[in-house]
Design a binder for this molecule. Structure first.
Ligand code: 5GP
Length: 190
């Protein structure tokens, strides 16, 4: 996706050796024209797959997943919650996720009413790094008896182990731009 690559190269900022900030178009201010192209491209990458639901994680995954859903026949989007919420005190699927950007482990949860056996779930997130968020989301789907159709990330950091971990478990992984390394404070794309 040339549009996405251009945005990363022009507007991405690196924090240390392994974090890419893309707040101006993906994580804080949202470039909706770009999101629309991301949605179309995700549909192209998972063409022919039956998807009944898209699952993501709050907060940054929600916008990407919602716009992408329009290209998947407007299937429902479910987002896993990271915060304990009063209205989630009942029956939930939960899984532990370690965040390397925040350096802590947190619980993600989805109300049992929103994931079911028979669901064909596409997991979408903004970044793929070590694969922990995606593994946690896949765990929620599988606890419900659903099937993970694939995992789509907008930006993959190819120097971290996420793809290998997810591929080893047999998941179909697609990312729309791959950062090969961060060099002199700049992202180098594949
Ligand atoms: P993983 O679970 O694959 O290690 O990391 C993916 C999650 O961490 C994503 O949900 C994303 O929000 C966050 N993340 C990981 N690396 C980065 C990064 O370089 N930049 C930003 N903005 N978020 C990241």
């Amino acid at each position: 996706m040339e549009l996405l690559k251009d945005k990363i190269l022009k507007n991405g900022r690196c924090l240390g050796a392994d974090v890419l900030k893309v707040d101006s178009f993906l994580n804080h201010q949202l470039d909706i024209a770009l999101f629309n192209e991301i949605g179309k491209e995700l549909k192209r990458r998972f063409a022919g797959k039956k998807v009944t639901k898209i699952l993501t994680i709050e907060a940054s995954g929600i916008a990407v997943a919602s716009i992408a859903a329009q290209y998947f026949d407007f299937v429902p989007v479910v987002f896993a919650k990271k915060q304990e919420a009063a209205n989630l005190s009942g029956e939930v699927y939960s899984s532990e996720v370690y965040s390397f950007t925040k350096q802590k482990t947190y619980l993600i949860r989805v109300d049992k009413r929103y994931l079911s056996a028979g669901d064909q779930v596409l997991i979408i997130d903004d970044f793929l790094a070590n694969g922990n968020a995606a593994l946690g989301l896949a765990d929620l789907v599988e606890q419900a008896g659903g099937h993970v159709v694939g995992i789509g990330a907008v930006i993959e950091k190819g120097f971290q182990k996420g793809r290998a971990v997810l591929a080893e478990k047999g998941y179909h992984v697609e990312s729309l731009a791959i950062v090969q390394r961060i060099q002199d404070g700049q992202p180098v794309l594949l």
